[in-house]
Design a protein around this ligand. Structure first.
Ligand SMILES: Cc1cc2nc3c(=O)[nH]c(=O)nc-3n(C[C@H](O)[C@H](O)[C@H](O)COP(=O)(O)O)c2cc1C
Length: 156
């Protein structure tokens, strides 16, 4: 599991990129994404959208290395993603998922139509995990769907 906070990427700025290129943590994160056949992305919701950290990460990863173009990004192209969110509100972060779906599609990731949103997240879990059996099954199904799709969707 990757936690974006650990990479502490600088705020994307084209002047910074022109001066320093893709710094070490960006390249490391790109390699992690390249190694994966698919992604399960847990998205917190900030003001009805995704967090600045996630947007900043996707913006950095969308920048091509010397051997790539924006159309051939090997960390994204031909891969599959399943989306999930949890929030203390009653919508469970669903508005953020709409936005990250659009961004990932732009990056040539196939985003599965199935998604899982956990509302009232502060009271949704106990020692055994997610309390709501329907949500729990949805989450397990989402993981299985990503795995199954990744097995036959070979990156271009
Ligand atoms: C700036 C900010 C905006 C937020 N906006 C929303 C929101 O629009 N909808 C929602 O359900 N929760 C919202 N929340 C609550 C977050 O979803 C919740 O705090 C979540 O735990 C954030 O994840 P994090 O702790 O990884 O940052 C917001 C929180 C912050 C700090």
């Amino acid at each position: 599991m990757l936690c974006l906070k650990q990479y502490a990427l600088p705020v994307y700025d084209a002047d910074f990129e022109a001066d320093y290129g893709l710094v070490g943590n960006v390249l490391e994160l790109k390699r992690e994404f390249e190694r994966a056949d698919g992604f399960l992305i847990a998205v917190p919701e900030y003001n009805a959208s995704i967090t600045a950290v996630l947007k900043n990460t996707l913006d950095w990863l969308s920048r091509p290395r010397g051997d790539e173009t924006t159309a051939t990004l090997s960390c994204f192209r031909g891969k599959v993603a399943g989306l999930l969110s949890a929030s203390p509100g009653r919508l469970g972060g669903i508005r953020a998922l709409t936005h990250v779906r659009q961004i990932l599609t732009q990056l040539f990731v196939t985003v599965l139509p199935e998604q899982v949103c956990v509302p009232f997240a502060h009271e949704a879990f106990d020692e055994s995990g997610l309390k709501d059996i329907v949500l729990r099954r949805g989450l397990e199904d989402l993981g299985r769907r990503v795995t199954a799709f990744a097995a036959y969707a070979a990156p271009a």
